[in-house]
Design a binder for this molecule. Structure first.
Ligand code: SF4
Length: 331
């Protein structure tokens, strides 16, 4: 492990500046039409078709990310939760604020891809596990083939391609060649390596999350084989002590930290400290409230929803303890 870590660290520094950052996934729903992936929080809850967020709240979250220097990992929501036109409207509303974003919204067909393409940097296939036997067992209603088709169509349209993997579902190191092949075949330029977060009410409730070495092993091997791929490492509030290790293994950024709830907490400080110890400059902040200059950002928001976006933003900013209150004169 030590050798592969060293190689991954060297390859990272040959290809990227010594920086890291936090990426936030923006969710628009807590409902998913698939609803039977064995490890998933959404599968453990009764289906609630109406559990869709208000656009104003989503836009406020996007603005908050921009203010704090967090990147948007992707826009996501349960499969079938939002009608096509409404999703397109949402992308159009987000675009003036942060530009093109990655989409992780199920296996999109070519027609959908074409419509979303002007607002999309790329599409993410939520593969979860590359072992096909495991995949059929754990994601019975989410076969990989439609996702591969989406990735291939996306490439034809000039979009980037990404994927997710959850370490800890039962995959073994011997499955790595399958991942390598998938990345090559689908020209994956961004990969998210999560570590299993056992959810109450799922068969994984009592499962042990992977160790930092297990998560780091997959990251380091991927870094060595794909020097310029963008690797995001998912952590949770209870795993901040592995941030430095995952960065040394070759990850570019981190995600899955409950950054608004834990803003300025000891865990947030630990992430920034571990990043510095790994020799990375942390872009943006998980600990320092933003300087409030919202004029330009709210200026990008549709007049019809601007007041509600501002109200949602105020709530977020209260939660993360801004240095001074938001008022109209600062907008
Ligand atoms: S498709 Fe995604 S959101 Fe839906 S049940 Fe499966 S893992 Fe959960």
């Amino acid at each position: 492990m030590e050798d592969i870590l060293k190689a991954a660290g060297r390859i990272y520094s040959e290809n990227f500046p010594p920086e890291t950052w936090f990426e936030r996934a923006i969710f628009y729903s807590w409902y998913c039409g698939i609803h039977d992936c064995a490890f998933c929080y959404m599968s453990s809850k009764p289906a609630q078709k109406c559990a869709i967020r208000r656009t104003e709240s989503i836009i406020a979250e996007v603005i908050l990310c921009k203010l704090l220097g967090w990147k948007i990992g992707f826009i996501s929501g349960g499969v079938g939760a939002l009608e096509k036109d409404k999703f397109l409207q949402l992308l159009k509303a987000i675009h003036p604020i942060v530009g093109k974003v990655w989409l992780n919204v199920g296996a999109l067909d070519l027609e959908n891809l074409k419509e979303y393409a002007p607002y999309a940097e790329g599409v993410v296939a939520s593969v979860e596990t590359i072992n096909s036997v495991l995949h059929s067992k754990l994601c019975p209603s989410k076969p990989i083939e439609p996702y591969e088709k989406m990735l291939q169509n996306a490439l034809k349209l000039g979009l980037k391609t990404g994927m997710t993997i959850i370490i800890g579902l039962g995959e073994e190191e011997q499955d790595y060649p399958l991942l390598k092949e998938f990345i090559k075949k689908n020209r994956i330029s961004k990969i998210h390596f999560y570590s299993l977060n056992p959810q109450k009410g799922t068969p994984f409730e009592k499962a042990k999350p992977p160790t930092k070495e297990e998560q780091g092993w997959w990251i380091a091997n991927t870094r060595v084989d794909f020097p310029t791929i963008d690797i995001q490492a998912g952590i949770w509030a209870d795993r901040v002590n592995r941030v430095g290790y995952l960065l040394l293994a070759g990850a570019n950024s981190i995600s899955k930290f409950p950054a608004t709830r834990k803003f300025g907490s000891k865990e947030a400080n630990e992430i920034e400290k571990q990043s510095a110890n790994a020799g990375r400059v942390f872009l943006g902040s998980l600990t320092k409230p933003p300087v409030l200059s919202l004029g330009d950002l709210l200026g990008c928001v549709d007049e019809k929803i601007k007041d509600n976006v501002e109200a949602s933003l105020k709530k977020y900013l209260t939660r993360i303890k801004p240095q001074k209150p938001l008022n109209k004169s600062s907008v």
